[in-house]
Structure formats: C-alpha cells, structure tokens
Write a protein that binds this ligand. Structure first.
Ligand code: ZN
Length: 131
C-alpha cells in the first residue's frame, strides 16, 4: 500500500512553502538528496550548501545545482532531512496539514484517512539513509 502513496507524497512536497537553506541551517537540519535516475540518496550538510549556493536558495531548487555521485545525473531532488516526525512535532503538524490540502485538491475532498500512513512513509524515507 505504500506505493500508492508515492504520488501523494510528491504533491505534499510541491505544496510545501519554500524553505530556504538559511532556514534549515538555523535549525541545524541537513538536506536530503535523491537521484531520480538511479535512486542514490544522501544527506548533505546544509551549512556547506548555504556557503556555496547562498542561504536564500530554496531547498527544492538546490537539486538543480547538484549532481548524483552515483550515476552523474543532475536529475536530483532535494528536501529538508527532518530528523524525526515524532520528535519534531511542530514539523509533523505542518506536513500533515499540507497533505490534507493535497488530497482535497486531487480528489475534491473524497479521500480520507491517509494522513497517518503518508506521514509514516515520509518518516521512513527520511531515515533510510544510504542504501
Ligand atoms: Zn544517480
């Protein structure tokens, strides 16, 4: 059932307000990078990225400036590497709210009950690390 949540997770990320590198650096959160071509993923130090790209660079756009160390592709997605949705409840609440908005937009409000599952999937993805 987790596979069916993938598109939903994507919508959730699109609808999130743009978080900038400076915002993450201030919170001590690194950037999770995912290669769309080979699936290679890694967590990159935010301070290093901010120094190279500038603290005002929105996190979702950082991927355009990165290259996969696995296959060399520049088709890299980036997002904040939240340490844990369970510990940082403030962030968990924000993500749940964003996902609810995504479901409403996609299904006209017909979908329900998926919030907990998707949040759990996001949590597992963030904690997966390098395979
Ligand atoms: Zn790759």
């Amino acid at each position: 059932m987790a596979r069916m949540k993938r598109q939903q997770l994507h919508d959730q990320e699109v609808l999130q307000p743009k978080i900038r590198l400076g915002d993450l650096a201030a919170e001590g959160i690194n950037v999770f990078c995912w290669c769309n071509r080979c699936g290679h993923n890694a967590v990159v130090d935010t301070a290093m990225l901010a120094a190279r790209l500038g603290p005002s660079m929105p996190v979702p756009e950082v991927g355009a400036a990165m290259r996969c160390t696995g296959c060399g592709s520049q088709d890299v997605a980036t997002r904040p590497d939240w340490p844990s949705l369970g510990q940082v409840t403030r962030h968990g609440g924000e993500e749940a709210a964003a996902e609810t908005a995504a479901e409403t937009a996609d299904d006209g409000g017909a979908a329900s009950g998926g919030s907990g599952e998707a949040a759990g999937q996001a949590n597992r993805s963030a904690g997966a690390g390098v395979a």
